[in-house]
Write a protein that binds this ligand. Sequence first.
Ligand code: XMP
Length: 433
Amino acid sequence: MKQDNILVLDLGSHDNTKITRLIRDCGVYSEIKPHDITAQEIATLNVKGIILNGGENNMIDGNEIDVNPEIYDLGIPVYAVGHKLAKVNNKTAWANTDEEIKEELKTFIFNDCQAEANWNMTNFINDQVEIIRNQVGDRKVLLALSGGVDSSVVAALLIKAIGKQLVCVHVNHGLMRKGESEDVIEVFRNQLDANLVYVDAVDRFLGKLENVNDPEQKRKIIGAEFIRVFEEEARKLDGIEFLAQGTIYPDIIESGTKTAKVVKSHHNVGGLPEDLQFQLVEPLYQLFKDEVRACGEELGLPHDMVYRQPFPGPGLGVRCLGAITRERLTALREADAILREEFASHGLDKKVWQYFTVIPEFKSVGVKNNARCYEYPIILRAVNTIDAMTATIEQIEWPILLKITDRILNEVPNVNRVCYDLTPKPCGTIEWE
Ligand code: XMP
């Protein structure tokens, strides 16, 4: 780590992430570490300042936690924020608003610590290229490239660092949105000259999913089949020693700190058999999502790829309700493409967090070309949220809704009705399955 680092030590606060974010906003790298980090570990991290972030969860096994006293002997400025830290003999900040906290933090990091504002994506990329080259040498790295933000940025970074030593495997499971696999091929194979293996597994996935109604069962089949396809491709390739993953900083934070009550395990391509284990390359593990996007742009990835809305791993499989049929899947994909096109042309793609279409299993009666028809409805959903835990509905203007409806009814076969889902989360989830 060449950039100056301000450590936020977790003494049971809920807002470690917020403090870290505020420091990075000032152009200085910051990361969260457990309260009992040793002076030895700190010495390896280019640390310019230490923030003790106290809070409510400051008891472990009935004992109040504290830092290793040896950290005060490192000659690194220490600053306490939060409460219940009377024991600390340094200054204590009692700031309230984010702006006030930021001002306090600025004074600390630039005056007391003399830190340099050298955290930016150019420096990050240069550092990572060197780190990846040192780690990998002349060996090969495998990456499951879905075309999502994280895997695309990992791919672009690794291509810059090791070129064709990176082998990207893109599995088209037949549940991608319109044009998505084509975009992956265009950007990575044609523009970035990547070593890309494209696997057309459409029939295989849709075959396994035939007549499967239960949503959980569908997800399990898609997940398990993905691992199987990926495993088969990995076995065909010789001499791969590394597996790259798009792990990002929130995954690391969510995996738990010592004081966090909820510990969530994370793994991306987990579940590979014992005899097929690789060393991991996770170059984005320090980045928050917006930094991942900035990194992708800096690496020259197309804006749309880097800023695309979240899309579930099981893809359109969770939006084609009940047992998936090719007929309904095609209608869903075409309707989704129209929704995305219209959102983009009205600037809603930059405003709305997530928007998509859903197709149920039932039909209803309608009239088309003066004749009775019995066809599927398409449901539109457009939500805003910060963390996907709760969500509100975007109030789309009527003319835009009517245009989307008109286009879907005229352009998508087997659809004779369009509905707009007005349900916030809770009580509706964002997805329907
Ligand atoms: P729900 O439907 O639970 O979704 O309100 C919350 C957010 O999570 C996304 N989602 C997924 N993302 N794999 C993912 O990577 C999945 O299996 C998955 N299922 C739901 C969903 O699109 C929404 O943004």
